[in-house]
Design a protein around this ligand. Sequence first.
Ligand code: MRU
Length: 352
Amino acid sequence: MRPVWWDDDDAAVALIDQTRLPLAVSELRYHDYHDLAAAIKTMKLRGAPAIGVAAAYGVALAAVQSRAADTATLQHDIEQAIAVLAETRPTAVNLFWALGRMRQLAARLAEGSDVVAMRVGLLAEAKAIEAEDDAACRAMGVHGATLVPPHANILTHCNAGGLATTGYGTAVGVIRAAHEAGNSIHVYVGETRPLLQGARLTAWELQQAGIPMTLITDSMAAYFMARGEVDLVITGADRIAANGDAANKIGTYGLAVLAHAHNIPFYIAAPSSTIDSAIANGSHIPIEQRPPTEVTELAGTRTAPPGVTAANPAFDVTPARLITAIITEQGIFKPSFDFSAAPPQPLPAGGE
Ligand code: MRU
């Protein structure tokens, strides 16, 4: 499964429409980066790493779309596309990381190459970003599976799966890797109000992978923890500050507090592209505020009285002190989360 890819035959960015899952698996194609930006904003594609990959393809698309005949004009058109794509979702830093990487390459290619080489180079870079994310997720799986005890009951939130990345997943990647290694795990999937990424997307992915799971509402987490039925919590992240504070889907902070209260390890799995070392702590992470109708309605049907005021922050920040470890493709970082130093590597099987 690939949630986003470049269609070579059509010179278009292709997506699986996540707003229609799990009822329909349908593809969308974009030939204009403005439409792709609208699709990211309306969450036809979502999840921090996938947003980064889609934005990189958006820049490549802008380069193909542009009628520029010289590199300076093409670079200007690319800058305009970067500005539009940067306005889509504010919290996931992978978006800005990917756009920054594409911008740097465009600037380098604009000096001393031609428009054809620029277009080819930018598309190759976007494809490399996609391939690197897949490799990072699989490496996170290998590292993270070492933290999963035999027969573990795992609680996850939102969708940090293949749909949120390039097919394998971060938190769900760890779950997949544990399952693939023969560990007979079971997963509690929080439904994740208001947009139900857990119920609609993670439940669908785990079902397809044949991983035993139980769907719960968000408010059931404490009940299962108090009964000793959760051995660990693992989620993804949208932005991790230099001190380890981590923004993820609204409700994640509450789960971390609950895990702490019940002495249950709380893990985050995210690629290095999610670490924002430019910000010291989580107070600097911009939190996306989404339309109140996502709260007053369910699947387009009004559930609250007309005229009611509703708040809709899409993310919250879990303080580093509640996080047991952060798993990246480099390995397992423990408090105090020094991301500038390589984490200790696990010994090879049978090693001393
Ligand atoms: O609003 P969304 O659906 O884009 O939020 C997604 C999440 O919060 C994920 O947990 C996060 O992006 C990590 S995805 C590997």
